[in-house]
Design a protein around this ligand. Structure first.
Ligand SMILES: C[S@@+](CC[C@H](N)C(=O)[O-])C[C@H]1O[C@@H](n2cnc3c(N)ncnc32)[C@H](O)[C@@H]1O
Length: 284
């Protein structure tokens, strides 16, 4: 897949022409993505500690920031409202970026020139055509790494490391295996695998948490009548993390970890025991 730079004014124009807009939300504080890559969290109240720290950096005079997996631009808009002047948004879905541009043009038209849009999926060496090495103060990548496999995660983190200024920070949050919809026996098996991995982290091939298809993690007993539909809907690889696993990836990419902890997702069907996601903040 190629990486393409989008002109924000043209992207906003195309969104209007093709009637692209943020979909009606069917859940509180969450709006479904157009490409079946989960939900974008909506509403300022849902910003995590890590997101709020990223926003503080974004709003500082002279700051240059990047967000990967920006979806419809909820964090972009908040950063611009707070004063951000140089914000690059990346997403795998071109229409998300067009809607993002339309939202900025409708709410903060004078700020559209502060936004750069890059359509493409990490990792990809072609990003280096548009992203200068050592140029960002902060990079936000929320709920994206869990769609990648271990090699893609390592490659993405290494690219992000190269794009940050020395001392620049990465802020990330991703799902853990303490999610309500994961089969208890899978969670138990992952806990045991993590315990083994903690004793000998040199065996990266045995790093636990990766599944080729999301449905492998779900209890499908009650869906037997429409199993083929369910499998289609929940196909696609997924990595479910433990703090020690994500820490390992970031250290491998030469980041210095500042904070790494479990965080709560307090809504169904994710809700379980307060450890549903893993937040990490690290420094180059
Ligand atoms: C679950 S949504 C998260 C949106 C937002 N970051 C949040 O946490 O609310 C994932 C978003 O990342 C995008 N995405 C998924 N994989 C990606 C990749 N490899 N590179 C760039 N964007 C990606 C999807 O298109 C989608 O907009």
């Amino acid at each position: 897949m190629s990486v393409i730079y989008l002109n924000p004014s043209e992207a906003a124009e195309e969104a209007v022409k093709n009637d692209l807009k943020i979909p009606e939300s069917d859940q509180v504080n969450r709006t479904k993505t157009l490409n079946n890559y989960g939900y974008m969290r909506t509403g300022r109240g849902v910003f995590e500690i890590s997101t709020r720290q990223f926003l503080e950096i974004a709003a500082k005079p002279g700051s240059k920031v990047l967000e990967i997996g920006a979806a419809y631009g909820e964090v972009v808009l908040e950063a611009l409202r707070k004063g951000a002047m140089d914000y690059t948004a990346v997403d795998l879905e071109e229409d998300h970026l067009k809607i993002l541009a339309r939202r900025v043009r409708e709410e903060l038209p004078e700020k559209l020139t502060c936004v750069k849009l890059i359509f493409g999926g990490v990792p990809n060496p072609d990003f280096d055509k548009y992203i200068e090495k050592g140029s960002f103060d902060a990079i936000l990548i929320e709920n994206v790494l869990h769609f990648l496999d271990k090699d893609q995660i390592l490659e993405t983190l290494s690219q992000i490391h190269s794009w940050l200024k020395p001392g620049g920070k990465i802020f990330s949050i991703n799902i853990s295996f303490y999610l309500g919809w994961i089969k208890p026996e899978i969670r138990q098996s992952l806990k045991e695998q993590v315990a083994i991995f903690q004793k000998d982290p040199s065996k990266i091939d045995q790093i636990p948490g990766f599944f080729h298809n999301r449905y492998e993690l779900m209890n499908l007993d009650k869906y037997q009548e429409r199993i083929d539909d369910i499998k289609k809907k929940y196909a696609g690889q997924l990595f479910v993390f433990h703090t020690d696993v994500i820490r390992y990836f970031f250290e491998k990419a030469e980041f210095v970890i500042e904070e790494c902890c479990f965080r709560q997702i307090n809504v169904e069907p994710f809700k379980l025991d307060g450890k549903e996601s893993v937040m990490i903040i690290a420094k180059k």
